[in-house]
Design a protein around this ligand. Structure first.
Ligand code: AMP
Length: 522
């Protein structure tokens, strides 16, 4: 019986180690290098010759980030990322989030800001700063206590105390449940992975600060292993609660809760999970909620989970999206749209592109179709396994795939600077998804082009998008591929030639909200 137990334990240990190694490879594939690894690999220790700009170098060149009082390790990371000045949301949210003193509880923040505004760093930087400063204070305290112990031993002529040996983190016996101090909730796995990646970039110079990403569709043992000692957990709500219920993760020490893209969170039916997580982290000291809009339902959610939050409205979108040119092509039918897309995809200025489809079926069919005519295209939607989704996204990031055909599952969280074009082959269900979709291009200071194909029966949706974005989508035509019909309204702009080789007629503006999200799955 004992033998059997030992045997079972050994098998479990072996499989956990295998999973650990595989997990590491997967994370490497995903480029999700955690500082967790850095903690255990001497090659990643700070201040080696290769480590890019040093903390000291940054501190000699103060900018608005430095003036916010952020820790020098974070300033170094910000410098490495080439963030020379804060974006508006960062400039306004970080100082408010950092205002934390003994007399007053920390400010809760309710921020409306769009994708691409730099909101991820706006919530990560203050949270990481506070964790880091508190950790450093604790370490100093411990170092003092240790020095005192050594002094006392010397004075008493006793043997000097020995520091406990560092435990091998790959040994399953040392894997303990995590007690993170910060939790970031995201509505989709892709967004959570992107936020975790951003966090890992930001803690690059912070020794011992660990980030873990918890999303559905990944093997449990892998996530449990990676959660070990995590300070900041970025998660989708379902998997987070699964791990919490199986006691792999404890939320009782969470000090900071961030709800990212709260509007999408409610769309996807996470309201109850949010309520549960709110209860489990009730002793936290700060909550921040970011949402594209602060609609009444978001205000209700804020009232439930926040203490009289400070509200920040970051003016959207046109000014920030001025580097993204938006154009529209009217089509007679689905086949006509397909011909327009085909014409566009042969444009040699395309570096990489995302083609958005309305449904998973349309997404698969279109990707297959494009592959058959020789394009380097793959599909991405919510019915695919998480492993496959990760691999396909990585292939896009690595430039091994040129065209990603996706549903709105990819509308948020994909940050690939070489995406030069976004095509709306199928229209989004909601206007805000249009803004998120086109925000996949024009990243990292580049220009982008967002091309929308619409049938005349979609006219209402186009008007709603124009109303929401407060911008007119200029319609253009491709010679030889003109629609047989024309919109009933008169053109409000002079025709102009578009790319590749189009003439334009402008759309009118008006409209109200879309109907609630339909049954289509992403
Ligand atoms: P986000 O809205 O957080 O998804 O950020 C959009 C993009 O802006 C990402 O590629 C960030 O790396 C980048 N970004 C964030 N903050 C800054 C900044 N201060 N300066 C330049 N780029 C930034």
């Amino acid at each position: 019986m004992l033998c059997l137990k030992v045997d079972v334990f050994q098998t479990f240990k072996r499989s956990c180690l295998t999973i650990w190694v595989r997990a590491k490879n997967t994370m490497d594939d995903l480029n999700l290098h955690s500082p967790a690894d850095a903690n255990h690999e001497p090659a990643h220790e700070p201040s080696t010759a290769q480590s890019a700009p040093t903390v000291a170098a940054v501190s000699t060149a103060p900018n608005a980030f430095a003036q916010m009082g952020l820790a020098k390790e974070l300033l170094a990371a910000v410098h490495d990322l080439n963030f020379t000045q804060p974006t508006e949301v960062q400039l306004r949210a970080i100082p408010l989030a950092l205002q934390d003193n003994a007399d007053k509880p920390a400010n809760d923040l309710l921020v409306s800001s769009q994708t691409g505004s730099g909101k991820t760093a706006a919530f990560l930087l203050p949270v990481l700063h506070t964790i880091l400063i508190e950790r450093q204070a604790l370490e100093q305290e411990e170092a003092k206590e240790w020095a005192l112990k050594v002094e006392q031993a010397k004075a008493n002529g006793e043997e000097l105390p020995k520091k406990p040996r560092r435990k091998n983190p790959t040994d399953v016996r040392h894997v303990k449940p995590a007690f993170p101090s910060a939790l970031v909730l995201c509505p989709t796995r892709e967004l959570a992975q992107q936020v975790a990646k951003d966090a890992i970039d930001l803690v690059k110079h912070c020794k011992g600060l660990r980030v873990a990403c918890v999303v559905g569709g990944m093997p449990y043992p892998l996530q449990i292993a990676r959660l070990h000692n995590a300070d900041l957990v970025v998660a989708t709500p379902g998997r987070l609660l699964d791990l919490q219920r199986s006691k792999q993760l404890h939320l009782s020490k969470v000090q900071f809760l961030v709800v990212d893209e709260a509007d999408r969170m409610l769309d996807l039916g996470f309201a109850e999970d949010l309520a549960d997580i709110h209860k489990l982290t009730e002793s936290r000291r700060q909550t921040m909620m970011f949402s594209a809009t602060i609609a009444p339902r978001i205000q209700q959610l804020a009232a439930r989970i926040m203490r009289t939050p400070q509200r920040l409205q970051i003016e959207s979108t046109q000014a920030q999206k001025s580097n993204i040119k938006q154009i529209l092509f009217w089509a007679d039918s689905q086949q006509h749209k397909r011909k327009l897309l085909d014409h566009w995809l042969r444009d040699t200025t395309i570096d990489q592109a995302i083609v958005f489809a309305s449904t998973q079926i349309e997404c698969d069919a279109l990707a297959e179709d494009l592959q058959q005519v020789g394009f380097s295209a793959v599909a991405l939607h919510g019915a695919l396994s998480q492993g496959l989704r990760n691999r396909r996204l990585q292939a896009l990031r690595d430039g091994r795939v040129q065209i990603l055909v996706a549903t709105d599952v990819a509308a948020r969280g994909i940050d690939v600077p070489s995406i030069s074009h976004v095509f709306n082959f199928g229209l989004p269900m909601k206007q805000e998804d249009y803004v998120h979709r086109i925000g996949r291009t024009g990243r990292a200071g580049r220009d982008g082009l967002a091309v929308t194909f619409a049938e005349f029966r979609d006219r209402r949706k186009i008007l709603d998008i124009e109303h929401y974005t407060q911008a007119t989508l200029n319609a253009e035509v491709i010679p030889g591929l003109e629609p047989t019909q024309r919109p009933s309204r008169a053109p409000s702009h002079e025709p102009r030639r578009g790319k590749p080789g189009g003439k334009s007629f402008a759309g009118a503006k008006r409209g109200n909200g879309f109907k609630p999200r339909g049954a289509a799955r992403t």
